[in-house]
Design a protein around this ligand. Sequence first.
Ligand code: IMP
Ligand code: MG
Length: 420
Amino acid sequence: MTTRYRVEYALKSHRRDQLIEWIKGLLAVPFVLHSQPTAVYQEHSVKLLAVAADTHKRYAEIMRDVENLINDHIAHQHAGTEGKSKLKLLVPSVGTFFTPLLLEDAFNYQDKRRFISRRRFVSPSFNDIRLTLNTAQLMGLIRGSAIDLVTFDGDVTLYDDGASITDDNPVVHRIIRLLRQGKKVGIVTAAGYTEPSKYYGRLKGLLDAVHQDLVMTEAQRNGLIVLGGESNFLFKFDRSSPDLMTYVPQSEWLLDEMRSWRDEDITELLDIAEAALRQCVSNLHLPAAVLRKERAVGVYPLAGHKMHREQLEETVLVVQSTVDRSPVGSRLPFCAFNGGNDVFVDIGDKSWGVRVCQRYFGGIERSKTLHIGDQFLSAGSNDFKARLACTTAWIANPSETVQLLDEMAELEEEEAYKKK
Ligand code: IMP
Ligand code: MG
């Protein structure tokens, strides 16, 4: 008999990350066997610490085994047989790894901060594993070679949903630090505007700080670009413009493959998406209006209204499958996503956005690029596609972005010290 759990799982698979769920399942075994939920805290504190040490050892061993499976998968990638790796067999949705993930070391690092092995009632969670994977990715990049390009999503990654970067946003001086180190920075956001003033409005705190910084060289300042509408509009930092940003014509940055995106196809795809969105508005009685733009179409809530999660998810899945099933949907890349309180369909996606940044800065390698974002579920999420173009870190809110950048600086310092 099909249980209710199975039905729910099947219906919600688009809301789960298979690699994280699989690791969570592996760690659940030592948790069940070793945690001592019935032990009394004060009486047995020495014993509890010994149990925690044993649990830690077992969790770390599992992480080392997963790390080895990923290394084996990378070896298969090099041989062109990634479809045959053991990891692919265990986690069919697993993609390409551009660097090893140092999971054992990363687990040790996170366990010192989150005390995962000391817990007796709460098993290693989705967030524990997500953060461990982020640390493992940073370690893989920094110990392997270096990070030359960091791309950031906007909403939820740099600022709260729908907000802007203010002067006091703690991420500002972390991004300044990246630029001063000579790293390139791309803000790869779905927010698609053709006027630089709109981006100045959203990014004012950062742009002003870059403008006023006295330490940075001109070349370092020019290491900041914004790619709007996923991969549609490129702006570069420009001190002489009142908005501190200048539009860069497509002819200067379009990738060869993007030149085949025909205007008629773009219109046709957006027409199909718009019709599907309108049908959702009427069918689901959404309190929303449709907005058609040059390279996107979306629904956003009417003033004073909010759409609930189910409405947003249903709309994304309907539009995604409608466009997928149309002939133009197979000719042109597009990205349908749930923006938290709106749903948008953009031409192109963040894999193209990141590739444009890599090319614009002279051909930065995928294994030296990190994209930081909040949307990594397989359907209805726009950062997910960046995984095709570079390594990624999955954060849950803007303070986690700040934490991740501090972790990056700390690991880089350690690495530089080791090399001395
Ligand atoms: P991101 O998180 O930086 O990728 O920004 C996503 C948000 O940008 C969406 O949820 C929308 O509210 C907003 N947005 C504004 N213009 C566009 C557009 O043309 N396409 C998609 N999203 C847009
Ligand atoms: Mg976002």
